[in-house]
Design a binder for this molecule. Structure first.
Ligand SMILES: Cc1cc2nc3c(=O)[nH]c(=O)nc-3n(C[C@H](O)[C@H](O)[C@H](O)COP(=O)(O)OP(=O)(O)OC[C@H]3O[C@@H](n4cnc5c(N)ncnc54)[C@H](O)[C@@H]3O)c2cc1C
Length: 471
């Protein structure tokens, strides 16, 4: 995002190798939307399963749930995508490499010091430590973030009483290989995906901290018809729920798990982190083009993304309680009520609207930045809202709106009778002759409506506000 919006970037990672077993397995529609202008959505879809199905094992009953062809007409991706985190990282690394950007592995950010107008970072590698000066620093360095600690930002919250257990297994089993198997038991949730990295199947389960968590015992306890031939790898991951007290300290920003840590419930962490990075990337790139500070632009990152992280935390907390909680209520819900409810679950899951509503919320398709300092004007979609996808007429053909805006930068949509604003190369302009109005809509690089009005002179002011380069 930074590179595609004109910034020179340097990426360091203290991990020496690229491979690390995947934790995330689900990519949400909104994540594909925000990555689309970077030209990577196709490659991600090619590697993923876009017609995922899950088999819910509820007591002795089995319920099949389809998670594709959802009733989401305003997105090009009306489905969940089953895709390993390692594949996502690999596609993004490939996209960086094609742009000539390399991730410098084995290089650690050891410390930094803000200096007027920039930041001095101490980078340590096998070659030794050196200090270098940068305009901005983005800490995408995970839950134990060095950047967050050195910036003095608080990390309130706490650990969960349950851990996640991950394992790659070879199984002898009659389980259908192409679907995810989900077992809701009194002990917690257990999932099996035919997506292992070092063996055929990937297990994900939750168990109370300190309780035995051998994958063979977990599977035996789940009552699945499987025999474990080989445990290729397994790991137990402590979980926590925390939110950084701020996402910014001067020229230093936090994104991803460095800013918010939650349970894996609902598959939110990686998706939210990518959406943070897209929100931050274009802002830093635009701000870096200016000598003077752009307070509205830089301040808007925390103003927009911290409330989203807070909502994600609340949602994942609730879902995790139901999925993994070992108190009498969640254990009763999973172990007793869910099997009793099994006959009505297919009816509920066939209500395409209901499933779509759930996915819309989980996918963050509803996220808006209406109270952001970057949102100007009135009308629907309101400034701050995500621009919904729909078919429009443009340049003599019918085209989907998100196809028009699937290129980096700001896009200005002019309804039929709108007067042409002076954008002087700072935005791509599209005239929509099938919209009989004088409305002018400016769409931010992350796909949110930033400006909506009929006065072309105000567009220039808004482009100045966000520091759009060019002109
Ligand atoms: C069991 C489990 C299942 C999950 N399932 C899902 C899911 O289905 N969907 C989903 O969206 N999310 C899921 N998540 C969450 C997701 O894995 C994380 O949110 C995601 O990995 C966070 O990415 P990140 O880049 O912010 O942090 P990390 O993945 O932790 O990466 C941080 C990077 O920073 C580097 N680093 C750290 N310190 C320094 C330093 N000082 N200098 C240089 N480099 C440094 C590290 O080497 C690392 O490469 C799951 C998590 C778990 C535990």
């Amino acid at each position: 995002m930074l590179h595609d919006h004109g910034a020179a970037v340097r990426i360091v990672d203290r991990r020496p190798g690229a491979f690390r077993p995947s934790r995330a397995m689900i990519v949400h529609p909104r994540t594909l939307e925000v990555l689309r202008p970077l030209g990577v959505a196709g490659a991600l879809l090619d590697r993923g399963d876009r017609s995922p199905e899950a088999e819910l094992h509820l007591g002795r009953r089995r319920v099949r749930v389809r998670l594709n062809a959802l009733d989401l007409p305003d997105t090009a991706f009306p489905h969940l995508t089953l895709l390993r985190q390692m594949d996502v990282e690999d596609v993004l690394l490939g996209a960086l490499a094609r742009r000539g950007v390399r991730v410098e592995r084995g290089t650690e950010l050891a410390d930094f010091r803000p200096v007027p107008g920039s930041v001095t970072a101490t980078l340590r590698s096998a070659a030794g430590a050196r200090e270098e000066r940068y305009r901005f620093l983005a800490g995408c360095d995970g839950q134990a973030s060095t950047v967050r600690a050195r910036a003095g930002l608080g990390w309130p919250g706490g650990p969960y009483r349950e851990d996640a257990v991950l394992a790659d297994l070879d199984l002898d089993t009659g389980l259908t290989p192409g679907v995810a198997h989900v077992v809701a038991g009194r002990e917690g949730l257990l999932m099996l995906f035919a997506l292992g990295e070092t063996a055929g199947w990937r297990l994900l389960a939750t168990r109370p901290h300190g309780a035995a968590a051998d994958p063979r015992d977990l599977l035996a306890g789940a009552g699945l018809d499987v025999r474990v031939r080989n445990v290729a790898w397994s790991s137990r991951i402590p979980l926590q729920h925390r939110l950084a007290t701020g996402f910014r300290a001067g020229p230093v920003f936090l994104a991803g798990d460095a800013a918010h840590a939650h349970s894996p419930a609902g598959g939110q962490g990686m998706n939210t982190g990518i959406q943070d990075a897209v929100n931050l990337g274009w802002k830093l790139a635009y701000a870096a083009r200016h000598e003077e500070d752009l307070p509205a632009l830089l301040g808007s990152y925390e103003q927009e993304r911290r409330p989203v992280a807070r909502q994600v935390l609340a949602l994942t907390h609730l879902v995790f309680w139901a999925e993994a909680g070992t108190g009498p209520v969640p254990a009763f819900l999973r172990g007793t009520l869910a099997p009793l409810a099994a006959p009505v679950i297919p009816v509920a899951m066939n209500r395409r609207r209901l499933v779509a509503t759930l996915v819309r919320t989980l996918s963050q398709l509803r996220v808006n930045y209406r109270s952001s300092p970057l949102s100007e004007g009135i009308g629907a979609p309101r400034p701050g809202d995500r621009l919904p996808d729909e078919t429009v007429r443009c340049a003599g053909r019918d085209v989907r709106l998100h196809e028009l805006t699937a290129a980096p930068g700001v896009h200005v949509l002019l309804h039929r009778d709108a007067r042409l604003p002076k954008v002087s190369g700072r935005a791509t302009v599209h005239r929509l002759p099938d919209r009989p109005a004088r409305t002018i809509i400016a769409v931010r690089p992350d796909g949110h409506v930033g400006f909506r009005d009929t006065d072309p002179a105000r567009v220039t002011g808004w482009l100045d506000l966000i520091g759009a380069p060019g002109g």
